[in-house]
Structure formats: structure tokens, C-alpha cells
Design a protein around this ligand. Sequence first.
Ligand SMILES: [Zn+2]
Length: 365
Amino acid sequence: MDHVMSRPSASRADRDAWAEPGVEDLGGGLYRIPLPLPGDSLKAVNVYAIAGDDGVDLIDAGMALVQARERLTGALGQLGFGLGDIRNFFITHIHQDHYTLAVELRTTLRGQIMLGEGERINMEAIRAVAAGREPGFIEMLHAMGADTLAEQIRAIMAPRLADPWPRLQWSDPDRWLADGAVLDLRSRTLRAIHTPGHTQGHVVFHDEAGATLFAGDHVLPHITPSIGFQPAITPMALRDYLGSLQLMMGLPDSRLLPAHGPVCESTHERVSELLAHHETRLEQTRDAASAGPVTAYQAASAIPWTRRQRKFADLEPFNQLLAVGETAAHLEVLVIRGQLARHTSGEGIDTYALSPPPPPAVPLA
Ligand SMILES: [Zn+2]
């Protein structure tokens, strides 16, 4: 699910130090600016500022909140810039905590917004949701055998969908970035690399010469990103995510600049941990399906959640939603690997069971 902790060593205060307001100087004209988010599950979102001679480029923008805008204004002021000096917003993905402040600021400023072209599908889905369609992450619950949970989520979300706060704008970026797009900022050259999984069109920005990876939510130091929690339906999100993690192992090891959490020295170290985490979850998920056909909901109910090994039944409905979605994603990977077989009932409910062994070879007469 969204926030499975995997490094329980540091105290809570140390773990959250990265989210304190301020500006962290990372050297070479690069700065980390944590901006506030509502609620306290993620604490903050990092915006990275790349200072240039005639302006500043930002990686991710934060959420369209008054406090975030004020915090960004103050931080850029410390660096000698105003909001009007922002040249480009390079956005890793379409989630509101990364994209929406850019859209709000662009209405009065010159900054150009760039977003991975794989997010078009989510932009369309977001607009469909605004027009009354059910978000994909709720619609998918039926096939996962979780109709009761879907009803609970609908009841929780209905007031928010009818009257969202803050009222977010979802206009298109100025440019949709293709996989491999090269962004020459003079002081640095970034390459946008398509890393689907957390969202369909997630991109990371790789500065090869500077051995630095702006990882967005693809690789986070303290938590595992949610998989496929997006308005568009994506049953293969975990397969995509694992492929996108392998892609990072194919790049040179780099300094990791995540969107949530502190800067870390090694992308490879954290990616290896994430790959190992998902292998463990795949084993647990396979075990949960070994006794007979199960739905994603039943499998999720049988495995422990969060680093505290909590029971599924004790999770809040919203975390149950993430847990069921993540379990379904793991079940689908096990199907792709040939370890499980999926059966879809006449009512459209998917169940999973161990794949029967291949039939014995029949000797030819
Ligand atoms: Zn995020």
C-alpha cells in the first residue's frame, strides 16, 4: 500500500527532519525546498530548484495551496529569485501534490510546464471524474471482489468530489515530454525517462554528468510508492513499476533526489531494497492464493500491512482501498509469471489460484 515503511531504525523526529521548512543547498546551484501538504501522511513534497543566470527551473511544483505558494516565494527569495523568475516546471507526474501549484502559478507567470506524455490518459480521466465519472481506482474494486469497500469509499469521497477543496485546475502542460527528451538548462542537462508504475506517465529526470536522479515518487527513501492509484484504470501497474525499477539499475548509480523524504547517496541501494520488498510481497500474495481461488480482496485480507504488520481489517477504508489495489497488482504479476491463473466470473469478478502443473507429455502412438 501507499506507505509501507521499511527503515524503522531512525526516531520519528529524525525521519521527518527533511520536511522542516527551509532551503537545503545541495551544491552546484541546486536546492531542495520542502513545501507543505494537507494531512500528515506524506508530511511535505520536495521541489528542487536549479538556479541559472537568467532564472530558475523547478523539478515538481507542489500543491496549489496558499501556504505552499508562500513557502516557495520565501525560499526562492532567499536564492535571489522571485516567482516571475521561474523558467520551467518539470513535473514528474500528474498527482496534485506535484502538478497543481505549477498550473496555478502559470496563470500569472511566464513558467512553462512540462509533463510526461504518458499522463495524457490520466488528464482525460481526471476531467471525466470532474464530469461525474467514477475514478478508476474505485471502479476497479468490483473485479477485485470488494463491492462493500467500494460503497464505503464512495460515501467518503462523495462530498469531496462534489465540492473539492482546494479547487484545483487541471489544464494541460505547455509540453508533453516524450521518453528520452533531452532538456538543456545550460548549467545542467536533464533527460526525461519514462518510469510508469506509480502513475502511467511518471518520468524521472536524470542528470548523468552530475550523477543525480530527480526521482519524483518512483524511488522514495522511506516508503514504497502506491502502485496504479490513479484515475485511469491500469491493471498492469506493478509489472510496469518493476520494469521501471530495473531501468534505474541500468543507469549509473546516482544521488537520489526524491519528492518525499531526504536526499540519499545511492539510487541503486534503494532500488534494490524496493525490488526485494516486492519479491517478498509477491511470495506472501502467492501464499495467500495457494489454498484455492481467492479474490484480490480475500488475498489482501490474508496478508499483513505496513511495517507494523497490521491486520487488513484494522486499516481505514482508504488504506484498505490502496491495499486491495496493490494486492491485485501483485496477483497480476504472478499471473504474468505463470505462478497463478486468473478466472473471471460472469459477474466480472477475478479470482486467482495456483496454476495447474503442465499436463504430462502424452506418448505418441
Ligand atoms: Zn507525491
